[in-house]
Design a protein around this ligand. Sequence first.
Ligand code: UDP
Length: 240
Amino acid sequence: AKPSVRWRRVLLKVSGEALAGDRTQNIDPKITMSIAREVAAVTRLGIEVAIVVGGGNIFRGASWAGSSGLDRSSADYIGMLATVMNAIFLQATMESIGIPTRVQTAFRMSEVAEPYIRRRAVRHLEKGRVVIFAAGTGNPFFTTDTAAALRCAEINAEVVLKATNVDGVYDDDPRRNPNARLLDTLTYQEVTSKDLSVMDLTAITLCQENNIPVVVFNLSNPGNISKAIRGERVGTLIGS
Ligand code: UDP
């Protein structure tokens, strides 16, 4: 068992799926508001928060590629654009409750958001602003989990906090096996060798190579985001 740690700078990954809530629309404003409130509470404690948003609630490149002659790269660019929509929605929600927030995109859309500039992102964080990284890595064939690992390493954040719709990582699929156990801790090795679908291999390998711990936790339990950000035990902790 790992002692609880208090992070100074965190990278919160919010998947598109998580933003969708009960799925009556692509984005559930109740979800974005609860994220904003919880992030607000921890930034008041002086913890610096950067966010990478996914886009799966709107468009997932891989599942569209091939249909109607759409090549994978084009499909992925549409997927990246979807993350920008989520980012702007989340930014607007955060600013509506007074959290200064900047969106930085991996490819230029200067009328809409700042371009990604590492040193500028770090400066925003130091000033207590939340930075939302959008458009993934800017490259097709990657995921926003990989973008989360990459940005985390670049800005020297201490941990990737992966907010999902499940309580953490199980030793088996809890929907099929009622005896599946929620795992407290896991090594990178176990994630890759047991093919536990936590993150894609590119993302988890990048975390492993840079010694970035990953916490997988449930976004829908109230208080979980702030617990995870404050370093309290929640979900599954992945490390070496
Ligand atoms: N995407 C991409 N490159 C990246 C990040 C994302 O091409 O660096 C595309 C890809 O098509 C992906 C979509 O954007 O399906 C949405 O991102 P993702 O599926 O990672 O979102 P999440 O699963 O977190 O909602």
